[in-house]
Design a protein around this ligand. Structure first.
Ligand code: GAR
Length: 196
């Protein structure tokens, strides 16, 4: 079974959606670790109730990104993690993790990339007045939301829609699309392994 580490900074609704699909037998992986850079985040409780191990750290307590990513890497190796799933991890991933996990780090972003990268993609979409936005799942490289796109789903922005309502509808798409796309990716990798 593929072992996933989910990285998250906040609420963890995507973390929960992935864990639910695994429990339901629709995603053939296992979450071996939650990595969280906000020791008070709600996602930590979500992992704890599911008995999923947590590595929470305070970035400020490390001299630099390379140092905390080294600490993360050690955890990932100890737990034999195969894939890194960024689910609302609000930080750029550096070379310490990118090199050993090349092609095995994916991220979800609440816009149709390359539109509205970075923070507050939903606020950016409202501000821009776009009629269509959506969700992107992509491979992670050293840039800000720039890696190869794996999957996208569009959503129409309603007249008079505010941030909260758009966020709610975008997240509903995420909770369905993210586990499905991870499953598709894992199955594709399995098929490649059989061939070679
Ligand atoms: C999600 O909507 C995700 O797409 C977004 O953060 C939210 C986390 O929610 N990610 C980014 O904006 C990355 N740049 P969650 O903690 O409830 O899953």
């Amino acid at each position: 079974k593929h072992k996933l580490a989910v990285f998250a900074s906040g609420t963890g609704s995507n973390f929960d959606a992935i864990a639910e699909q695994i429990e339901a037998g629709r995603l053939d992986g296992k979450i071996g670790l939650l990595v969280c850079d906000q020791p008070g985040a709600k996602v930590i409780d979500k992992a704890t109730v599911r008995n999923i191990p947590v590595f929470a750290f305070q970035p400020k307590e490390f001299p630099a990104k390379a140092a905390f990513e080294q600490a993360i890497l050690k955890e990932l190796q100890e737990k034999h993690i195969d894939w890194i799933i960024l689910a609302g991890y609000m930080r750029l991933v550096g070379p310490t993790l990118l090199a050993p996990f090349e092609g095995r780090i994916i991220n979800i972003h609440p816009s149709l990339l390359p539109a509205f990268p970075g923070k507050d993609a939903i606020g950016q979409a409202i501000e821009a007045g776009v009629k269509v936005t959506g969700v992107t799942i992509h491979f992670v490289d050293e840039g800000m939301d720039t890696g190869a796109i794996i999957e996208q789903e569009a959503i129409r922005v309603k007249e008079e829609e505010d941030r909260a309502s758009l966020q709610k509808r975008v997240q509903a798409i995420e909770h369905n699309l993210f586990p499905k796309t991870i499953q598709r990716l894992l199955m594709a990798v399995n098929r490649e392994e059989i061939k070679s």
